[in-house]
Design a protein. Structure first.
Length: 391
């Protein structure tokens, strides 16, 4: 079994129905150099009033966050939108899968808008439904599908969430991945295996560091190889089948930068997101979700030093908000989420001014069957015991 990789498209040009990337922006965008952009955004937002609710993901750039009614991680934002039924228009300053989740969780009269359709997620694109269906068939052919429970990270397309809903699986966030995996391993008795999508790092870090499985019990399913590149012996031994996906931002952090910074900065605390590579997480002092990172820095004593392994817009915002703490980025290079950064002021103004004119642009709409199946998997997550659902 072979698959053809997606062609690389210049962002914002051309179309690719299999990907969240590379979709033209219809209509004329304001020029990025327009000195009136901020005033235009304010005026359009004021004109729309309570009909509009603007969601800003933590990794979004400051010029857009300034206009957010609420900020947070993807799941919190989707729930915030659902809690505002009077808002007809939900403008999601984030990426495509987040807008899909908001559409799934909000009411039928609420319309979710993504200001730039090219704002996809490279991790979500690494698990496409056709690939996952083929993997599922391969697991059936190998005689193990009956004991496999699929678990998908929130950072996946609605199609993948729906796949999990249809096949007895669940959605998880980086905060509740441990509880979700615990639940999944209890579903099919002692022989249960988990298929974890699409982020191999979150799956491995949770299975090994939180649940005590060994690295030998984790196998990586490569959708570009026949039978995932996993031998029957490896599959028989595996407890967790990790989809070969990763975040292009968090996957960049390396152990040598951890070592370098520790040598330079006395009493340095290294704080990373669980989407980071296992080796990096092993070297960190603390690992946790975006919300955990924010709360940890808020509670840190003045004068303490922190190297943070997550998206740069958030790290910069934390550094600006806490000048009494020594906050640095855990990479030598600038490392923004490039697709999240597609949402800029020109696209934001363009989307809002169209709404003022009565034109809904870039609406994200999940089809009813996918929505129903995805909701099944999301509801299983909401029914998990204990933990919060923040990612
Ligand atoms: S930071 Fe990573 S997981 Fe999040 S939207 Fe960007 S590419 Fe996707």
């Amino acid at each position: 079994m072979t698959t053809v990789d997606l062609p690389l498209l210049p962002l914002g040009r051309g179309t690719d129905p299999l990907s969240e990337r590379g979709v033209d922006c219809p209509g004329d965008l304001p020029a990025a150099s327009d000195p009136d952009l901020v005033a235009r955004a304010r005026a359009a937002k004021a004109a729309l009033g309570d009909r509009l609710f603007v969601l800003g993901h933590h990794y979004q750039r400051d010029e857009v966050i300034e206009f957010a009614d609420v900020t947070g991680d993807s799941f919190k934002l989707a729930r915030d939108a659902a809690a505002r039924p009077e808002a007809e228009f939900i403008v999601f300053c984030g990426v495509h899968f987040m807008a899909e989740s908001a559409d799934i969780l909000t009411g039928p009269d609420q319309q979710v808008i993504l200001p730039d359709l090219a704002a996809g997620c490279s991790m979500a694109d690494m698990a496409r439904i056709a690939q996952v269906e083929r993997a599922w068939e391969a697991l059936a052919a190998a005689g193990v599908q009956d004991v496999v429970v699929p678990v998908t990270y929130m950072n996946s397309s609605a199609d993948i969430k729906a796949f999990c809903g249809r096949n007895g699986g669940v959605v998880c966030t980086s905060s509740n991945a441990e509880v979700a995996l615990d639940w999944a391993f209890a579903q099919k008795g002692a022989d249960t295996k988990v298929l974890f999508l699409p982020d191999q790092h979150l799956g491995r870090n949770t299975a090994v560091l939180k649940l005590g499985y060994s690295l030998d019990e984790c196998v990586v399913w490569n959708p570009h190889k026949p039978d995932g590149g996993v031998s029957p012996e490896e599959l028989a031994k595996a407890k967790i089948i990790l989809w070969k996906g990763h975040c292009s931002v968090h996957g960049r952090f390396t152990t040598d930068v951890v070592d370098e910074l520790r040598a330079k900065v006395p009493d340095l605390n290294v704080l990373v997101h669980p989407e980071c590579q296992h080796e990096v997480v092993l070297k960190a002092d603390l690992v946790g979700s975006t919300e955990f990172i924010i709360k940890t820095i808020e509670a840190a004593p003045a004068g303490s030093s922190w190297a943070i392994g997550t998206e740069l817009n958030l790290v910069q915002r934390l550094a600006n908000a806490h000048p009494d703490k020594n906050i640095m980025f855990l990479d030598r290079n600038v490392c923004y989420c490039s697709t999240m950064n597609r949402i800029d002021l020109p696209h934001f103004v363009w989307a809002l001014e169209n709404l003022v004119e009565g034109v809904v642009v870039n609406q994200i709409k999940v089809d009813p069957q996918t929505e129903a199946d995805a909701l099944t998997a999301l509801q299983r997550m909401l029914d998990l015991p204990g933990k919060t659902h923040r990612d």
